[in-house]
Design a protein around this ligand. Structure first.
Ligand code: XIL
Length: 345
């Protein structure tokens, strides 16, 4: 048996024996499995933090790196929470994703209501990216430089027209953001992140065109697929076709915000189906060489954005409200433990 394969077999076997979480299984195959972190339990709940470090090797701030949180006033940045996450990641040898620099949501009043001229808006974007990326230079694995700039119903190139940045600067804001980001931390992986861009269709075509152009100038490294999905989701040819055309450009993909929401109350069948959906997405990512990570948008149903956002839906994550692993946890574990040839990486 080859040494690498032998070590994988041993680690998986030991992992199953001592039950030390998904993280060791992921690491045995050099896979990145992550979660979003909510600051409230992070500050108050030791069990939450213990699970984070045991189960995952990537974290992302659910809100604390966003513009309104980290740059609440024109001349004031607030780094306390983001610093705490970066320290936690480093103490626990985890990678950290930075989410997100330029987005149309969660912007501070001073920016939205500031009547900025185009030049002032470009200066604000530049200052923000340079300051935030500069502070964490060398410490952030991947940055979602721009989030959700493409909209199916947008302008001829499908840019989202109701975005503050589009209105203030024009569609060039995306390229400008990537140019500034590349200079600010040349070692960080730079991502364009969006929702509903997994399947090969009109929206992902627009994303593809955008990242192709950025890529010609070596300004982008990957595309983030948020994947806030429901149980109806199934991986199909349209997902493989899309990830492979990105691979052909030399771009990686990370699944950046995975959750699988259920109609409430969820019964056993729904939980079993949810497990299959998580397993399906895991196997897909493990089998596509340019799929670099799966990051869940939280891990316990106690803290999830779903119930506030999708009426009547919830229970979207892999631990229940009491931190008991759900069937979905078992499905991820199983897909990580399988020694299927071609799936090892
Ligand atoms: C969500 C957070 O989970 C919520 O706590 C917050 O109130 C709103 O934003 N796409 C994204 C994420 O890129 O940043 C969003 O996170 C979920 C949708």
């Amino acid at each position: 048996m080859q040494p690498k394969l032998l070590s994988l077999v041993c680690t998986v076997f030991l992992g199953l024996l001592v039950d030390d979480g998904l993280r060791s299984l992921a690491e045995a195959r050099e896979f990145r499995l992550g979660t979003a972190v909510s600051m409230m339990p992070f500050r108050r709940d030791d069990q939450y933090k213990a699970i984070l470090a045991r189960e995952f090797n990537v974290i992302v701030g659910e809100n604390c790196f966003k513009f309104d949180a980290i740059h609440p006033q024109r001349d004031r940045y607030e780094f306390r929470d983001a610093d705490a996450l970066v320290e936690f990641a480093s103490a626990n040898k985890m990678k950290i994703r930075g989410h997100t620099l330029i987005w149309h949501n969660q912007l501070p009043e001073w920016l939205k209501e500031g009547n900025l001229t185009r030049d002032e808006a470009i200066a604000a974007l530049t200052n923000h990216i340079e300051t935030v990326m500069g502070r964490y230079k060398g410490k952030i694995w991947a940055w979602d430089v721009v989030n959700e700039a493409i909209d199916q119903a947008g302008d001829p190139q499908h840019f989202r027209e109701d975005s503050f940045w589009y209105k203030a600067i024009g569609p060039e804001y995306v390229t400008i953001a990537f140019e500034v980001a590349r200079k600010a931390d040349p070692g960080a992986r730079l991502y364009y992140n969006d929702f509903d861009n997994e399947a090969k269709d009109e929206k992902s075509d627009a994303v593809y065109r955008l990242v192709s152009e950025l890529n010609q100038r070596k300004l982008v490294d990957g595309v983030g697929w948020q994947m806030h999905i429901s149980n109806a989701f199934k991986i199909g040819k349209e997902h493989r076709d899309n990830i492979r055309r990105l691979a052909a450009l030399g771009l990686e993909v990370s699944i950046t915000e995975l959750d699988v929401r259920l109609k409430l109350p969820a019964n056993r069948d729904a939980l079993a189906k949810q497990a299959r959906t998580y397993g399906d997405v895991m196997r897909f990512c493990l089998s596509e060489p340019n799929c670099k990570a799966i990051v869940l948008w939280g891990f316990t149903d106690m803290y999830s954005w779903v119930p506030q956002t999708f009426r009547g839906e919830g229970d979207a994550l892999i631990f229940d409200r009491d931190y008991a692993p759900k069937p979905a946890y078992g499905a991820i574990r199983e897909s990580l433990s399988k020694l299927t040839p071609g799936l090892s990486r």
